[in-house]
Design a protein around this ligand. Sequence first.
Ligand SMILES: Cc1cc2nc3c(=O)[nH]c(=O)nc-3n(C[C@H](O)[C@H](O)[C@H](O)COP(=O)(O)O)c2cc1C
Length: 222
Amino acid sequence: MKRFRPSSMKSAPILLAALVLSAFSITGVALVAVTHQLMDGRITENQRQAMLTKLAAIVPAGRFDNDPLEDQIQVSAQELLGGAQTRVYRIRQGDEPVAVVLEPVVPDGYAGPIQLLVSVLRDGSLGGVRVLYHHETPGLGDKIEERKSDWVLSFTGRSLTDPAPERWEVKRDGGEFDQFTGATITPRSIVHAVKNALIYVDQTGETLFATPQPTHDAVGAG
Ligand SMILES: Cc1cc2nc3c(=O)[nH]c(=O)nc-3n(C[C@H](O)[C@H](O)[C@H](O)COP(=O)(O)O)c2cc1C
């Protein structure tokens, strides 16, 4: 005689398998999400540290005690700073302004825009200039990188009076700054951009320090 076997008993193994599979996939998704969160945090912290290191290299060592990454504003001066919005980090010792560090964009690089980091000390001299990113040609325009040549260090200590404004050119154009062999366009564009950043700071002065910083979100959005 055929024994009666309820259909729920037949489907039990299938249900069990489905449950096990679901448990595995939920655990998998959760693991990926947690790993992503952890990595995200580490990348952000790494980026923060990398930026602080870059800033520290072009402002006077031991002469500031604020966190420039938490003390930044966005300014609009496309003519002089190349972008619709430009980030400005304020460097302070207590309430005393020490320097501002701008991120101007060089619009006329050989192979596209070049992003700079330009530190201007309170006396109007350059604490230093660094290239944050560029697309210039390896072996030609890329000598603007500090790790490729020391050309970019030639700006340190210079100001709008040293050299005189008309000498803020590459040597080929009658100015003070070296060009590269077979590559004049890149250094020329950077010399002009650094001079413009100096002009901007000269014109704006203490307002740069007095401007309240926006909320953290607003800064991050820029
Ligand atoms: C493939 C290629 C890539 C070049 N890349 C650059 C560059 O990154 N920066 C630059 O200033 N000139 C670059 N040049 C050279 C410029 O076209 C231009 O000739 C030079 O900047 C002018 O400088 P000079 O008068 O000293 O020769 C490149 C030329 C070629 C053919």
